[in-house]
Design a binder for this molecule. Sequence first.
Ligand code: ZN
Length: 246
Amino acid sequence: MKSIKKDIINIPTSLLAKNVETVFASNIEAEKYIDKKNRYAKKAVRKNLRKLYPNCAYCEDSLNNLYPEIEHYRPKSIYYWFAYSWDNFLYSCSKCNRIKSNKFFIQGTQAEYNNETLQELQISCKKTDEQEKPLVLNPEQFEQTDLDKHFYFKFDGKIYPNTLQMKTTIKVCGLNRIDLINLRIKILNELKHTLSNLYLTFKNDKNIYIKARNTVLDSFEQDIDNNSDFTAWRKFIITNIKAKIN
Ligand SMILES: [Zn+2]
């Protein structure tokens, strides 16, 4: 999971447009989410989320070739008053979004609607988190160093939890589903394949082999940036392979 820095000062103005105000008021009056097609939220935020999220908020699969979905961190079916809140929107792949669906678990006290205006609810995740102590991790609410403490990987391609929050997140979003394990293993196998080809080519000259191998590993490491998919997994691979050979 990768930390995402959302601009919480410049909230998209479209989220405070008249039509959103109207549908927000209807939800409040009905005390449930009634904008079934979620069309106002979609229109207002998709462009902004696309810039922030090259990869899924939960599984880190690339969103380039998938149809990304607007994910309500706190499900709109329960938290109808957060349906148009800027900091409640994440961007995820359709699989994580569907598996998570309206699941949300907390350790604290359940939040309730408290007569806030649409504007006041735009940035309210931190405050609500303090009360609810959610068990689903939100990549926008953590620095990378804090997120990293919640999980680790093994070479079997699975993600493992260090905390109850991560254990819950893995379960709620299906982060060890077979397609994700296969994608992680594919990245690992491609690197391994490159390294074994190098070995076969240069096995008679150890020095040249080591130089070429280090170049491949350095380049793998340098290619990990904010846009890379599966960054946490890629970092695990490179750290462990480098540790093994040194
Ligand atoms: Zn995903």
